[in-house]
Design a protein around this ligand. Structure first.
Ligand code: AMP
Ligand code: MG
Length: 315
């Protein structure tokens, strides 16, 4: 039976206007991006930021990514540098986040960046979020639209499952194409990847040099090390289940399909696999399985990001 969701809307002029009005009043809305769905609020409004942390039950020490339509507005809030410009030209708008020094004149409330001297910024590439960013004169603080430590949502219904009617507007923009969170790269010193994503270190190395040491990693990436991306049931890595009541996530053609098997990509394409990861884990949980087993995923290209999320999901 088709259910009606009073807070899920598709994109139209009227809903854009309503969304922009809500954001101006410091209210929170859920918006699609190409990575995952986000919980958006005015980054210059303390009221909006407090609501985001409260709704998500997010620890205050975990800073938010700030989203812009273009460079012009970003310049008010962060200090740009050469490495940033190189990557911006190549990958933006797109699934990559840059940690930069905060501009002293920035109006971003320090709650958004956990009192750090840096701010993480992104230029998302999805027509819904872009059409909204174009109509406002403030950037959007926007973490993934899930309760802290849960899986990120990749559809409007996933957001509804997380927050039910606690959010007045959820805009439906289809399934998020990338399907996992952005690559986060710290550009305040020698560039370093704080969170792997679909834009890989190999992709970045074509334009800038990357530091691979993990020294000071914890300080540089608050909120990245604890349990995260959890489907709410145990996840067991690199192992096949011996019971059909347990789900098995597979890749490629190594295993013959069975009813409890879920293939991330029949072609063993790691980008496709990343895009199906959260969708598949949510589906497994909803189907009532009590455990998820996962076959070994090659740790190359987008596989690095998949393994990063799986490892945290298994904690
Ligand atoms: P999420 O919004 O949940 O996708 O996660 C955003 C992640 O970006 C956080 O967990 C932080 O680790 C990272 N991040 C955001 N702002 C900063 C910052 N100023 N410095 C370092 N990492 C940041
Ligand atoms: Mg998140």
């Amino acid at each position: 039976m088709k259910k009606n969701y009073s807070n899920i809307f598709s994109l139209c002029e009227k809903i854009i206007r309503k969304t922009v009005d809500s954001l101006r009043l410091g209210k929170i809305v859920a918006l699609p991006t190409e990575t995952v769905y986000g919980l958006a609020g005015n980054a210059y409004s303390l009221k909006a930021l407090k609501t985001i942390y409260k709704l998500k039950k997010r620890p205050k020490k975990n800073p938010l990514i700030i989203h812009y339509c273009n460079l012009k507005m970003a310049k008010n809030d962060v200090l740009l540098n050469d490495n940033f410009i190189k990557l911006y030209k190549k990958f933006c708008p797109g699934p990559i986040t840059f940690v930069l020094k905060k501009n002293r004149k920035s109006k971003i409330k320090s709650l958004a960046n956990a009192n750090l001297e840096t701010v993480a910024i992104r230029f998302p590439n999805h027509k819904v979020i872009r059409s909204i960013l174009k109509k406002i004169n403030f950037p959007l603080a926007m973490p993934s639209a899930n309760i802290s430590s849960n899986l990120s949502p990749v559809s409007a219904l996933d957001v509804f499952d997380e927050f039910k009617n606690k959010i007045n507007i959820i805009i439906n923009g289809g399934k998020s194409k990338v399907g996992i969170e952005s690559t986060v790269v710290d550009l305040t010193a020698k560039p370093r990847i704080l969170r792997p994503g679909i834009i890989t270190s190999k992709n970045l190395k074509r334009f800038i040099s990357i530091n691979h040491t993990r020294k000071n990693f914890e300080i540089k990436s608050p909120g990245l090390l604890k349990k995260h991306y959890s489907p709410g049931i145990p996840v067991i890595l690199n192992k096949k289940p011996n019971n059909i009541n347990y789900a098995f996530i597979i890749l490629g053609k190594k295993y013959k399909m069975q009813s409890n098997y879920f293939n991330l990509s029949k072609k063993a394409d790691l980008k496709e696999a990343a895009s199906n990861l959260y969708k598949t884990m949510r589906k497994i949980k909803k189907s009532g399985y009590k455990k998820i087993y996962v076959m070994r995923i090659p740790n190359i290209g987008p596989g690095v990001a998949i393994n990063d999320r799986l490892k945290k999901a298994s904690k």
